[in-house]
Design a binder for this molecule. Structure first.
Ligand code: UD1
Ligand code: CA
Length: 462
C-alpha cells in the first residue's frame, strides 16, 4: 500500500505575534516544518505535499524541491487546507497521512504505528489522540457508550460535558484516499470559527457507517502543538532533552543536560565531554575525545579529535586534531586551524589560517592572516588589517617568531624563521630568517627617582 503525506502549514500563526510564519520558527536549530518533514519521511511516505500560504515562498526556499507544494491562498480552515492537495494527489490510491506543520516533537515511529493500525483495521480514517491533564485549546475526542470514536469537537464549539473530556485530537490522521476529497468537499463551515474543520470528517464517516479508528498516545509530550512562544519554549526544551539523550547514548558525556544546548543538527564523536553552559549550534561537527566548555558557544564549527574549547566562542571555523582554544578566545568566521594549534586567552581571530603547531597564546588580534606552521605570536600582537577603507592580508612564514606587542601593518609579510622585536611596528616585509625591529634605543636617566620627588616626601621613614 502506498503512503502519501500532507503537511498543513498555511496558517500564519497569529498567536506567535511574529513577522515570521509559525512553521519557520526554529526548535533546536531547525524550522518546525523541517522536524515534521523529517518525521514523515522516516515513517516511510513515498510522496509529501506541503500546503503553504502566507510567506509560502520562504517555506519553499527553505525546503526546496524535496516536497510538492500546494497553495492555500486564504486560510479557511484545516479541511480547506487539505483540499488544496487534491490535484497533486490525483490518481493516488493509497493512504494519506495528514500532519500539522506545528508539531515538531512527533516521532516517526508514532506515525508508522498510526498507519499500521489504520491498515489493519481497514479504516476510512484513523486519528491520533492523546489524553492530557489539561486539554485546553485542543479539539476533544467524543466517544460513544461503546468507546467508539463518534466525532471531534473543537474547544470553541464544545458543550460543557465535552469540554470535560481529556482525550484530545492531536491533529494527526491517516485517511484512505478513496472518497477523502469528496468528504472534505461536503463539509460546511457553520461553526464558532466559520472555518472548514478537518475534524468534521470524522463525524462525516461515522454518520455513513464507515470504519473510524483512533490510536491513543501514552506519551502526550510529542503531540504538543506550538501556537505561541510559551509552547515554542516547551517544545524546545523537550526536543533538546531528546537530542542530548541521543548524544549521551552514543557515547558523549554531557555533564549537566539541564544547562547544555545542542541543536538537532550537531554531530559529536565518542568520549567527547561537554561541560555546562555550552551552546552548540548549526551544522557543527565535533570529533572524538574533545573537551568542550564550560560556557562556550560553537556555531557551524568543524572540530577534529582531542580539541579543547574552554569559555570561548567559535563561529564558522574549523580546527584540526589537538587544538587548544581558550579560555576567553573569540574565533570569528572563516578561520582554519591546523593540528595542535593553540589559541589562548583574550585572543580574537578572524578569517585567518594557522598552520600546524602555531601558537597565539595571549591577548592578540589576528585577522586576514596566513600564519605558517609552528609560528609563535607573542602576547599583545595585533594585525593592523584595516586602513579605514580596505582589509589587507598579513603573511607569516613557517617557524617565525613574532615578539610581544608587535603591530603588523598589512599588507605585510614576515618570512619563514624571521623574528620581530617586541614592541615593533612592522610596516615593511621582513625577509626569511631576519630580525625586524623598529624600536628606539633605550636610554636610562640616572637617579631619576630622587630628582623627580618633591623634597617634602624625602624623609627618613621612607
Ligand atoms: C487543530 C485541530 C484540533 C487539534 C489541534 C492539534 C482543526 C479544526 N482543529 O486545531 O482539533 O486539537 O489542531 O494541534 O483541525 N492550517 C492551514 N490552513 C488553514 C488553517 C490551518 O494550513 O486554513 C494549518 C496550520 O498552519 C497548522 C495546522 O493547520 O499547521 C493546524 O492549524 P491550527 O490553527 O494551529 O489549528 P488548531 O486550532 O491548533
Ligand atoms: Ca495548532
Amino acid at each position: 500500500m502506498q503512503l502519501a503525506a500532507v503537511i498543513l502549514a498555511a496558517g500564519k500563526g497569529t498567536r506567535m505575534k511574529s513577522a515570521t510564519v509559525k512553521v519557520l520558527h526554529r526548535v533546536c536549530g531547525l524550522a518546525m516544518v523541517e522536524h515534521v518533514l523529517a518525521a514523515v519521511r522516516e515513517a516511510g511516505v513515498q510522496k509529501t505535499v506541503l500546503v503553504v500560504g502566507e510567506q509560502g515562498d520562504k517555506v519553499m526556499e527553505l525546503l526546496g524541491e524535496t516536497v510538492a507544494y500546494a497553495r492555500q491562498e486564504q486560510q479557511l480552515g484545516t479541511a480547506h487546507a487539505l483540499l488544496q492537495a487534491r490535484s497533486l494527489l490525483d490518481g493516488f490510491s493509497g493512504d494519506v497521512l495528514v500532519v500539522c506543520g506545528d508539531t515538531p516533537l512527533l516521532r516517526p515511529q508514532t506515525l508508522a504505528d498510526l498507519c499500521r493500525q489504520h491498515r489493519a483495521e481497514q479504516n476510512a480514517a484513523t486519528v491520533l489522540t492523546a489524553v492530557l491533564p489539561d486539554p485546553a485549546g485542543y479539539g476533544r475526542v467524543v466517544r460513544d457508550a461503546g468507546g467508539m470514536v463518534r466525532k471531534i469537537v473543537e474547544q470553541k464549539d464544545a458543550a460543557a460535558e465535552e469540554l470535560a473530556v481529556r482525550e484530545v485530537n492531536t491533529g494527526v490522521y491517516c485517511f484512505r484516499s478513496a472518497g477523502l476529497f469528496e468528504a472534505l468537499d461536503s463539509l460546511r463551515s457553520d461553526n464558532a470559527q466559520g472555518e472548514y474543520y478537518l475534524t468534521d470528517v470524522i463525524g462525516y464517516y461515522v454518520d455513513r457507517h464507515e470504519p473510524v479508528g483512533a490510536v491513543t498516545l501514552d506519551n502526550s509530550e510529542e503531540i504538543t502543538g506550538v501556537n505561541d512562544r510559551c509552547q515554542l519554549a516547551a517544545a524546545e526544551k523537550a526536543l533538546r532533552r531528546r537530542v542530548l539523550e541521543r548524544l549521551m547514548l552514543s557515547g558523549v558525556t554531557v555533564q549537566d543536560p539541564d544547562n547544555t544546548y545542542i541543536d538537532a543538527t550537531v554531530e559529536i564523536g565518542m568520549d567527547t565531554v561537554i561541560y555546562p553552559f555550552t551552546i552548540i549550534e548549526g551544522k557543527s561537527k565535533i570529533g572524538e575525545n574533545c573537551t568542550i566548555g564550560p560556557s562556550s558557544r560553537l556555531q557551524d564549527v568543524d572540530l577534529g579529535d582531542r580539541v579543547t574549547v574552554m569559555n570561548s566562542v567559535v563561529v564558522g571555523s574549523t580546527a584540526a586534531d589537538g587544538c587548544n582554544i581558550g579560555p576567553f578566545a573569540y574565533i570569528r568566521p572563516d578561520c582554519v586551524l591546523g593540528r595542535e594549534v593553540k589559541v589562548g586567552d583574550f585572543v580574537e581571530l578572524k578569517k585567518s589560517c594557522l598552520g600546524d603547531g602555531a601558537k597565539v597564546p595571549h591577548l592578540s588580534y589576528v585577522g586576514d592572516a596566513d600564519v605558517g606552521r609552528t609560528v609563535n605570536i607573542g602576547a599583545g600582537t595585533i594585525t593592523c588589517n584595516y586602513d579605514g577603507e580596505k582589509k589587507s592580508v598579513t603573511r607569516i612564514g613557517d617557524g617565525a617568531f613574532i615578539g610581544s606587542n608587535t603591530n603588523l601593518v598589512a599588507p605585510v609579510q614576515v618570512g619563514a624563521g624571521a623574528v620581530t622585536g617586541a614592541g615593533s611596528t612592522i610596516t615593511r616585509d621582513v625577509p626569511p630568517g631576519a630580525l625586524g625591529v623598529t624600536r628606539d634605543k633605550q636610554k636610562n636617566i640616572a637617579d631619576w627617582k630622587n630628582r623627580k620627588k618633591p623634597l617634602a616626601t624625602q624623609d627618613k621613614t621612607e
